[in-house]
Design a binder for this molecule. Structure first.
Ligand code: PEP
Ligand code: MG
Length: 756
């Protein structure tokens, strides 16, 4: 008996490469491959099992077992030795297979005469696609080298499967697992719908050339690569479209900081001195850093690491000479980028005309890449587990940023449904565009101010696109949340000034920082709070630590020099807080006078109504406020004692309910009595039914996300404000079940032909 030996894996790989290039059918190629492996290994048997979408491993080719059993012999995942290898994604190396408890005898194969058995999983990106087995009659143990060589061979098979070569061999109804349609759900990151083809972002470059022959040469290569990396980061920072978008700039500044980090460069040079090539050195330092970060649980640190990781990957690509995303020809016109995670700069590297979607295994609603995706209008979904392992380049894929659904290789039914959804959205958008310049006036002639909410530079083009009458809420904390370090006074001033410029005479209401609670700033020390939403946040923090607020007020006053400045205060609980805040403005005014700085032509200070306690101080509140704005998101959570961020209770109570609408009516009545302008800027204003109810209780000014302006305007053009007020009053006075008011609103809309 000839003892098997996997001698010459290099020879085998070379032979396999030749077979791969031959112009023969897929089955013929597989058959040749198993013969070749068996010969090289000196094994009597070599078989390939492929995992089907029904969880069955089907024999696709064999040398040594009965040929009739090909495409017949099958084992479930977990069944028999082959099924065990697939289930555990680990090799099995047995001197006597028949003694193994999992051994299952398939009579059609005639394998009872073989004793030794070595099987390895066919893996791709950590996912099992099939199993490759060699068997010998003799009792023998395959050595470690042989196991590794068979695993390398299995990689060739994985490539073949990934290329879709075996698809034609599947019998109807027994599709290969790796090609089956998969539907996943993640976290919606940006609005929008992307239909297209997968482009794997390839977060890692595989380094094969590890050992340096000439360390001096490697050091020089590293220096050249770093210089080129720095140039490209500087270049990105100086691009026109970046200069236009202040928050991108801040993200990229973080990249620049890492690119110029001397410690990083020194550690890489040390690694080269120890004998590594430049690319291996980059990888070693990167993986050391990763291991260190993995030992930490601090999410902020991990987030920062992604920026660094991203940059190290860019450096690797410079070294191995592989660019990506820049070449428009390589990128499909409907690219959906799939990645574990990526930095903002990496996304910006792609031709933005061609990127329609983004799927991330990680990613959060406030991560840098999300902010950039939003700015570029790319549909994005995050927290999609295993996305990278489940796709292949150029697979068909659908990303629904609205629902968080991701459909990989969608069935034709799913594809059709989404094509319809796209057509529907396009028709709607066109209708909204046509309404843009129409005044927002109800059927009975009541004008409603439709304002938009914003917080970043990228929101500003929406002012014109949506036809908003101004910015009703500018959330200044967003600039702070995306920055790597505390934004300086001039940075704040620049942002505010561009906002006022972009508004071009339309009113802009800035809200002072609403940080604290869950709006954490990475660079500020955090403290644990049991109930952060009700904790030390917003105006409370602002008044207790006036340094931050004073700088912001100064920035706002400089930005509005010679123009009107409207500022509102978040989370006011007691009226006296407004007087204290006014005190800070007065101090700054004195400072401006002393230094001869140009002041705003007028300063209006308003209060948000978010804390229920204000409902019993309405007259006093109006007396000290130039305007008020209801933050219905917070007012609702505090009135109903239901956390807006807790999915279990957030939707449990409706704002279209008697208690909430009655509260809103009181606010409007008090504002009218005191002749103080009143707006509502929570999410409620952005839904047509919510806006209808708000007009019903007396609001004449609403601020909402830009995308909501079209739907809300469509609703109010058909609305009679007098009629809805009467109908709502009656519904608020009548008793009945809790959902009665909402039902009445819907009935009213139906009767009146109002689109909700
Ligand atoms: C609100 O609470 O309704 C509001 C507009 O503020 P934010 O959503 O930023 O808390
Ligand atoms: Mg709020």
């Amino acid at each position: 008996m000839v003892r098997g030996s996997l001698a010459g894996p290099r020879v085998l790989l070379r032979r396999l490469r030749e077979i791969m290039a031959e112009p023969i059918s897929a089955q013929a190629r597989l058959d040749k491959i198993v013969v070749q492996i068996a010969a090289n290994v000196v094994a009597e048997v070599c078989s390939v099992y492929v995992l089907r979408s029904d969880g069955v491993l089907e024999l696709y080719a064999t040398e040594g077992l009965r040929r009739e059993s090909v495409h017949r012999a099958a084992l479930r995942v977990g069944q028999g030795l082959v099924g065990t290898i697939a289930a555990e994604a680990r090799p099995l190396n047995l001197t006597d297979a028949q003694l193994h408890p999992a051994f299952t005898y398939l009579p059609e194969t005639g394998e009872e005469i073989y004793h030794s058995f070595l099987g390895v999983p066919v893996l791709r990106a950590g996912r099992t696609l099939g199993v490759l087995v060699v068997q010998n009659r003799a009792h023998r143990t395959y050595n470690e080298e042989e196991v590794e060589a068979l695993q390398t061979t299995a990689m060739v098979l994985a490539e073949m499967m990934a290329a879709g070569e075996l698809e034609g061999l599947a019998k109807p109804g027994t599709a290969i697992d790796m090609r089956r349609p998969v539907a996943l759900t993640g976290l919606p990151l940006t609005e929008g719908l992307g239909i297209g083809h997968v482009v794997l972002h390839e977060p890692r470059v595989v380094v094969t050339n590890l050992i340096a022959e000439n360390p001096a040469e490697e050091s020089a290569r590293l220096d050249a690569a770093i210089a080129s990396l720095r140039l490209s980061v500087d270049d990105m920072l100086s691009r026109d479209d970046i200069a236009d978008h202040g928050e991108h700039r801040e993200v990229l500044e973080a990249y620049r900081m890492f690119a110029y980090d001397r410690g990083w460069v020194r550690r890489m040079h040390d690694a080269i001195r120890n004998g590594l090539t430049a690319e291996a050195a980059v990888e070693q330092v990167q993986s050391d850093t990763r291991a260190r970060v993995n030992r930490q649980s601090d999410p902020v640190l991990r987030d920062r690491f992604h920026d660094f990781d991203d940059l190290a990957n860019r450096l690797l690509r410079v070294l191995v000479g592989r660019g990506h995303g820049k070449d428009g020809d390589e990128l499909p016109a409907d690219a959906i980028i799939v990645a574990r995670n990526m930095g903002a700069a990496d996304l910006l590297d792609y031709d933005r005309e061609r990127v329609k979607g983004l799927v991330l295994e990680e990613g959060g609603q406030t991560s840098h890449v999300t902010i950039v995706a939003k700015a570029l209008g790319i549909a994005a979904v995050g927290q999609v587990a295993d996305a990278v392992a489940l796709v292949e380049n150029r697979d068909a894929i659908i990303v629904d940023g609205e629902t968080g659904e991701v459909h990989i290789r969608p069935t034709s039914e799913v594809g059709e449904a989404y094509a319809e959804k796209v057509r529907f959205r396009a028709r709607k958008q066109e209708q909204y565009r046509q309404l843009r310049d129409r005044p927002a006036v109800t059927r009975d002639g009541v004008a409603i101010d439709l304002l938009m909410n914003a917080g970043l530079m990228v929101d500003l083009p929406h002012l014109t696109e949506s036809g908003a009458a101004g910015i009703g809420l500018f959330r200044t904390e967003l600039q702070f949340m995306i920055a790597a370090t505390l934004p300086k006074m001039t940075e704040q001033k620049n942002l505010y000034a561009s906002v006022i410029d972009a508004a071009d005479g339309r009113p802009v209401t800035f809200r002072t920082l609403d940080i604290g609670g869950d709006k954490v700033l990475p660079y500020l020390r955090t403290w644990h709070e049991e109930n952060p939403a009700m904790g030390w946040r917003a105006i409370r923090l602002g008044l207790d630590r006036p340094g931050l607020m004073r700088v912001q007020i100064r920035a706002l006053m400089h930005a509005a020099a010679g123009r009107e400045l409207r500022v509102m205060l978040p989370m006011v609980t007691e009226v006296s807080e407004i007087a204290q805040a006014r005190g800070l403005f007065e101090r700054e005014t004195d400072h401006f006078k002393r230094h001869g700085h140009k002041r705003p032509s007028k300063i209006l200070i308003g209060s948000m109504v978010e804390v229920p306690a204000l409902l019993w101080q309405l007259d006093e509140l109006m007396a000290v406020s130039d305007f008020v704005s209801v933050g219905s998101n917070d007012l609702m959570q505090f009135m109903m004692a239901s956390d807006r961020a807790n999915v279990r209770v957030a939707g449990r109570f409706s704002p279209l309910s008697r208690p909430f609408l009655r509260a809103l009516k009181r606010i409007v009545a008090a504002a009218e009595k005191a002749k103080v302008p009143v707006t509502l800027c929570g999410e409620l204003a952005g839904t047509p039914i919510g806006a209808m109810a708000l007009i019903g209780v007396g609001f004449r000014s609403l601020s909402m996300a830009p995308a909501s302006i079209g739907p809300v305007k469509t609703m109010l053009l058909e609305l009679d404000a007098g009629k809805i007020a009467a109908r709502l009053d009656a519904a608020l006075d009548a008793g009945g079940p809790e959902d009665r008011v909402q039902a009445e609103l819907r009935t009213f809309a139906r009767e009146e032909g109002i689109p909700l």
